[in-house]
Design a protein around this ligand. Structure first.
Ligand SMILES: Cc1ncc(COP(=O)(O)O)c(C=O)c1O
Length: 433
């Protein structure tokens, strides 16, 4: 019996069923590769779910963390503060879109950042309603589950959820939902469900992550900005998955030239250490009373040190430009495969946030979750870690570290192609066209 088989059995006995795992038990990781307890080597196209944009154990991040650990590891910023927290806030304030004064608060997880963005928007506007989108994902706490527009696996059985959350359609050109239809859906909400003057915030992922790497059309994001201005609503861009150079810009919304009032960050910001941030207009961020925001671990010194190094590495290694190059290579590879394999209905993404959607028939576009799962399994057998996404679990997303060497990227893409042919040809008993 392999060690990972034993560990899977121990996990099943000791850890709740609800904590889903792939069954890979890692012992070592370096940049874009990891090795498991059985000595198997994997190329990592998951990057800890878009966390390791700077790769596993980047030497500069490791050095910054080691140096901070020698000085102090935790004081709680509310009790004994430290300069590095303030300096990271200054850096994010300068980097975030918008030529106005900004402030930043640090927390631990993406969900916590979103929770705080909503708290701040409600306090500032003295309104309670929040509009989110179908297919959106914002976390696993109660408020963020309420905001999430994807039932499985995130919402089933966990309600009731906080009130005053409304969902509108997210544009999906591949599924025929246009910007105009999505905007008409918000109009429907405003006339049928919620007075726009009661809406504190609209929260949007400029590129939906868990929902299937749906890229918000830029005119849609511009229209949201316009609606928010018209009705005094706070526009929150959830950049937890799409931020930190992943799409070729520090913030994915920058591609659209739209300036949100608040952005949420997490994942890539800490380079593997838990850290999230809420950055926004100073006038909005300052609304809450002293003591109303924060937490014991928010802006932990180790994570803050890692984040400084992450920002340095993104700059010194020009990872935004690298994300564009990786994205182009992934897309051209997938578009080539799509010409041969009709099961690939759509290839989409922004920068190095690339995905392809699997369908049973390109005409009906019926989602193929079974084939998606088979592709992931075949890739894993061949040594490539992939993740799925999409409300129908029929999208494969590629999230390699942005530091991946060209040769490993090619090796990973070749494994992906082989896994696709394996899964499509054998499991689904369909001939490759
Ligand atoms: C867009 C977005 N928001 C929020 C979250 C929640 O982040 P966390 O899992 O760190 O709480 C995620 C996680 O995948 C996400 O993709």
């Amino acid at each position: 019996m392999s060690t990972s088989t034993e560990l899977k059995a121990r996990k099943a006995a000791a850890v709740p069923n609800g904590v889903g795992t792939k069954g890979i038990y890692v012992v070592k990781a370096e940049n874009s590769e990891l090795w498991d307890v059985d000595g198997r080597r994997y190329i990592d196209f998951a990057a800890g779910i878009a966390v390791l944009n700077t790769g596993h154990r980047h030497p500069k991040i490791m050095a910054a963390v080691a140096q901070q650990a020698e000085a102090f590891t935790h004081t709680c910023f509310h009790v004994a503060s430290y300069e590095s927290y303030v300096r990271l806030a200054e850096r994010l304030n300068a980097l975030a879109p918008g030529e106005f004064s900004k402030k930043t608060l640090f927390l631990n997880s993406g969900a916590e950042a979103v929770e705080n963005a909503v708290k701040i928007a409600r306090y500032f506007t003295k309104r309670s309603a929040v509009i989110a989108f179908s297919g959106g994902f914002h976390g696993r706490t109660h408020m963020t589950m309420a905001l999430t527009g994807k039932v499985m696996p995130y919402k089933r059985g966990f309600g009731p959820f906080p009130a005053e959350v409304y969902h509108a359609e997210f544009p999906q050109p591949y599924r025929g939902i246009t910007t105009e239809q999505a905007l008409a859906d918000i109009d429907r909400l405003f006339h049928g469900d919620v007075d726009p003057k009661s809406v504190a915030a609209i929260i949007v992922e400029p590129v939906q992550g868990e929902g299937g790497f749906n890229v918000a059309p830029f005119d849609f994001l511009r229209a949201l900005r316009h609606l928010c201005d018209e009705h005094g609503i706070v526009l929150i861009a959830d950049e937890v998955q799409g931020g930190i150079a992943r799409t070729g810009k520090m913030f994915s919304i920058e591609h659209a030239g739209v300036v949100p009032d608040i952005v949420t960050l997490a994942k890539g910001l800490g380079g593997g250490f838990p850290l999230s941030a809420v950055t926004g207009r100073a006038s909005i961020m300052d609304a809450a009373h002293p003591g109303g925001l924060g937490g014991t671990y928010g802006g932990n010194p180790i994570s803050i040190a890692a984040a400084h190094a992450v920002l340095d590495v993104i700059e010194s290694e020009d990872l935004c430009a690298k994300a564009m190059r990786i994205g182009q290579r992934m897309r051209s590879h997938l578009e080539g495969l799509a010409k041969q394999l009709p099961c690939i209905g759509d290839v989409r993404g922004l920068g190095a946030m690339v995905a392809f959607e699997l369908v049973k028939d390109p005409k009906t576009k019926e989602p193929d979750a079974e084939l998606t799962a088979a592709i992931l399994a075949h890739a894993e057998k061949r040594g490539l870690i992939l993740l799925s996404c999409g409300t129908a679990a029929n999208v494969v997303r590629l999230l390699s570290p942005l530091t991946i060497p060209d040769a490993l990227l090619e090796e990973g893409l070749n494994i992906l192609a082989a896994a696709l042919v394996d899964a499509y040809g054998r499991e689904s008993k369909r001939a490759v066209a």
